[in-house]
Design a binder for this molecule. Structure first.
Ligand code: FES
Length: 160
């Protein structure tokens, strides 16, 4: 039992990967999954153990959008701003999400329920405009639709 549990500490994460430079992205992904973001002290430890410069770790951490230097909300709401979605009024969807959440692109709500991000293209252009809530893409999005999506996710968390 528990043999396949995800690693929870930086020591466990580092123990699962060879201590070499090529492990960096996988280690950072595991840290992101375990902590929800990349704490500075953890990134420094990763740099030391893998033998890479701290500046390189920081560069990798800021290159990949799946990695975050700041704590994210429980839900990640991504509004696609790619061309196909843009021409179908994605800007209005984004503005509606910003109004509803009270944060801009990249922001996290004070209660840490939601982080809002814009993305280039999520590969579902045919059903644009698209909003992705956590792992699920929602197509043919509308202004009332994104508000309902946010409300539904927030309400689901509040259920006993
Ligand atoms: S441009 Fe939005 S899914 Fe492709």
């Amino acid at each position: 039992m528990g043999a396949c549990q995800p690693p929870r500490s930086i020591d466990e994460i580092l123990a699962r990967h060879p201590p070499e430079r090529s492990s960096l992205v996988m280690v950072l992904q595991d840290v992101q999954a375990a902590y929800g973001y990349l704490p500075v002290d953890v990134m420094e430890r990763v740099a030391d153990v893998l033998g890479v410069a701290r500046t390189h770790v920081y560069a990798v951490a800021t290159f990949y959008r799946v990695l975050s230097l700041e704590p994210r909300g429980r839900h990640l709401l991504r509004v696609c701003m790619g061309t196909a979605c843009h021409v179908r009024a994605a800007q209005r969807i984004l503005e509606a999400a910003e109004r509803r959440l009270g944060v801009g692109d990249g922001g996290t709500t004070p209660d840490r329920e939601f982080t809002l991000q814009t993305v280039g293209c999520v590969g579902a252009c045919a059903i644009g405009p698209v909003v992705q809530l956590d792992e699920t893409a929602h197509g043919h999005m509308t202004v009332p639709g994104v508000a309902a999506l946010i409300e539904g996710a927030g309400a689901a968390e509040g259920e006993p």
